[in-house]
Write a protein that binds this ligand. Structure first.
Ligand SMILES: *[C@@H]1O[C@H](CO)[C@@H](O)[C@H](O)[C@H]1NC(C)=O
Length: 510
C-alpha cells in the first residue's frame, strides 16, 4: 500500500513546495566566535554558487526542466537568505476561522471526518454522496480513519479517492485528503446484532470516542472553520446538507436520523436515539449509578424518558425548526472548529454518565456552546436487517411457499374430483349445470336483495356455488387475512417495542 501517496490533483489548503516547516531549537543558540561565523558564511556562499552554476548548466542541457527548476533557482539565488526563512513561517489569524452562517460565500474551509471500519460495501454510496454535495468541494478537506478492518476498506478508499481527485470536472476534486490508519482493538464483531447489543455498548462507545479524537487531532488545521462528522452508511441525505446545517449558525447542530424498513416492519423507524434533551428521570438515574457507568440511550435497561430528537419528527414539519439538545448522535454532526479548539472532545470515559458523541454534546453544552437538532430535517441511515429480521423474513418466505404448495395441491385435487364426476356421469353433466345455474341466479338475487352493499359476500357465494365440496378461494382469503393481521400486528409493535430493544437502530456505528 502506498501510504504516503499524494494526489496530484485537488486543491491544496497550503501552498506547496516551500521546504520543511520552521523549527526553533533554543538549546542550540549560543554566541559564536566571529571568525568561525565568517568562515561559515563564506562556505555557504560558495555552496550556493556551486549549486547555482550546476542548476544553470542543467537548465541549458535539459530545456524541458526549466519549468520545474526555475522556482527552486529563484528561491535559492534571487531571494535573500532572510526571505527564505520567513517563507517557512506560517501565520494564522484564528479569529478569521470562527465559522459563520454563510461560510460557503466567505470561503470557509470544512474538515469532513469519516471513521471507517470494514466499510468497503458502503464506500460506493458514500462517494456518490461526496460527488453530489453542493458545498464547494475545494473548500472541504476530507479526513478518514481506517481502523480494525478485515476487508479491503483501505485499498478501495484509495482507489475511489484517486478517481474522485482526478475527475475531469473541475468542481469534483476535494481539498486536502488525509487517510489515517490506526487500530483500536475493537474486538466486538461488526455484525448488526453484537454492535447493537446492550452489554457491548459502553466499551464500544469508548473505543469509538478514541477513534474520533485521534482522527480529529491528526487532521484539524488552523485553516478549518467547521468540522463535519459524517458516517459512511448514510443512504439518503440532501445534497445541500452542509449549507443547510451551517445556515443555522450554531456551534453544534445535527439533523434527525431515521432509517427505512421493509413494509412488514412499518416502512420506517427512528434510527439515531443518541440525540436527546436531558430529563429529570435521567438525571435521577445518573445519580444512582457509579462514577464510571455509561448510560446508553435506546435500551430498555435505562429508561430515561428523555425527549428524543428522532421521535419528534413530523414529515410535514418545518425543516428549519430547532430543538435544544444535550446529547447528540454521531451520524452527521456539523460543529464549528472553535468548539474542538476550545477543548471539547469525544470523552472515552464516563463524562456525566455518558461517552462519545452523547458526552460530546453534554460537554459542549457545559462549555456554553449552543447544541441543537433539527427534528423535521431528516437524513436516512442504511437499513441492515438484524438477525431477528432475517429470521422473520425467512419464516415469511417459508410460509408463502407452504401456502403456494397447498394451493396447487388443492387445485390438483379438485381437478381430479371433477374428472372423476365427468367419467362416472357424463350424461347428467348438462342437467347439473342447468340446475346449478338456476340455483346460482336465485342465490345471487337473494344476496343482492339482502345485502346490496356487500359485493365480496356475493363473490364468496359464487365460489361456493361453483365448487360445492371445498372452498379454496375462501380459505385463501382467510389465510392471507391472518397473514395480513400478523403483519399489521408486527408493524404496530414496532414503535412501541422495537426502539427499546436492540433492533431499534439505536446507535450509529463505524
Ligand atoms: C447523486 O445524484 C445522482 C443524480 O441526481 C443520483 O442518481 C444519486 O442517487 C445520488 N447519490 C446519492 C447517494 O444520493
Amino acid at each position: 500500500m502506498n501510504r504516503h501517496h499524494a494526489f496530484t490533483n485537488g486543491y491544496a489548503a497550503y501552498p506547496r513546495g516551500h521546504g520543511s516547516t520552521f523549527s526553533i531549537s533554543p538549546h542550540r543558540f549560543q554566541p559564536r566566535p566571529q571568525p568561525a561565523l565568517r568562515r561559515r558564511k563564506q562556505l555557504i556562499q560558495r555552496l550556493f554558487l556551486i549549486g547555482g552554476v550546476s542548476l544553470l548548466l542543467l537548465v541549458l542541457i535539459f530545456p524541458s526542466w526549466r519549468a520545474a527548476l526555475l522556482p527552486v533557482v529563484s528561491l535559492g539565488l534571487l531571494s535573500s537568505g532572510e526571505d527564505t526563512q520567513i517563507q517557512t513561517v506560517r501565520y494564522y489569524d484564528l479569529s478569521a476561522v470562527q465559522g459563520t452562517g454563510n461560510g460557503w460565500e466567505k470561503g470557509e474551509r470544512v474538515l469532513m471526518c469519516t471513521p471507517l471500519r470494514d466499510a468497503s460495501s458502503h464506500l460506493p454510496m458514500f462517494f456518490s454522496h461526496l460527488r453530489n454535495m453542493t458545498y464547494p468541494h475545494h473548500l472541504i478537506d476530507l479526513a478518514f480513519l481506517v481502523s480494525d478492518s478485515k476487508d479491503d476498506t483501505l485499498g478501495m478508499l484509495n482507489r475511489m479517492l484517486e478517481e474522485l481527485q482526478t475527475d475531469s470536472d473541475p468542481k469534483m476534486p476535494y481539498g486536502e485528503i488525509s487517510v489515517i490508519q490506526k487500530d483500536f482493538g475493537q474486538k466486538v464483531t461488526q455484525d448488526v446484532e453484537s454492535r447493537h447489543g446492550f452489554a457491548a455498548q459502553a466499551g464500544r462507545r469508548k473505543l469509538m470516542a478514541q477513534a474520533r479524537n485521534w482522527l480529529l487531532s491528526a487532521t484539524l488545521r488552523p485553516t478549518h472553520s467547521w468540522v463535519y462528522w459524517r458516517d459512511a452508511d448514510v443512504e439518503t441525505a440532501p445534497f445541500t446538507i452542509i449549507e443547510d446545517l451551517m445556515r443555522h449558525d450554531k456551534d453544534v447542530i445535527v439533523p434527525n436520523v431515521w432509517r427505512p424498513l421493509p413494509d412488514w416492519l412499518g416502512g420506517e423507524q427512528p434510527y439515531d436515539l443518541n440525540s436527546w434533551q436531558e430529563s429529570e428521570t435521567a438525571l435521577a438515574l445518573a445519580e444512582t449509578l457509579d462514577e464510571d457507568a455509561v448510560i446508553v440511550e435506546g435500551y430498555a435497561e435505562y429508561a430515561t424518558w428523555r425527549p428524543h430528537l428522532a421521535y419528534l419528527r413530523d414529515p410535514y414539519g418545518d425543516p428549519d425548526m430547532e430543538m435544544e439538545l444535550d446529547g447528540v448522535g454521531g451520524v452527521s454532526i456539523l460543529a464549528k472548529a472553535k468548539v474542538f479548539r476550545s477543548g471539547v472532545h469525544f470523552p472515552a470515559f464516563s463524562f456525566e454518565k455518558h461517552a462519545e458523541t452523547e458526552a460530546f454534546g453534554k460537554m459542549a453544552k457545559r462549555m456554553g456552546f449552543s447544541v441543537v437538532g433539527l427534528p423535521h430535517y431528516t437524513i436516512w441511515h442504511l437499513y441492515e436487517p438484524s438477525v431477528d429480521d432475517l429470521r422473520h423474513m425467512e419464516e415469511m418466505e417459508e410460509e408463502r411457499k407452504a401456502r403456494e404448495k397447498e394451493e396447487s395441491e388443492q387445485a390438483e385435487r379438485s381437478a381430479r374430483v371433477n374428472n372423476l364426476f365427468r367419467d362416472i356421469k357424463p350424461e347428467s353433466e348438462a342437467d347439473n349445470a342447468i340446475i346449478r345455474d338456476n340455483m346460482q341466479t336465485e342465490k345471487d338475487e337473494l344476496t343482492a336483495s339482502e345485502n346490496p352493499k356487500k359485493p365480496e359476500a356475493g363473490k364468496a357465494e359464487e365460489a361456493t356455488a361453483q365448487k360445492p365440496p371445498k372452498v379454496p378461494g375462501q380459505e385463501d382469503q382467510k389465510a392471507s387475512d391472518s397473514w395480513k393481521s400478523k403483519d399489521l400486528k408486527d408493524a404496530e409493535e414496532v414503535p412501541a417495542i422495537k426502539p427499546a430493544k436492540e433492533q431499534a437502530g439505536v446507535a450509529h456505528d463505524e
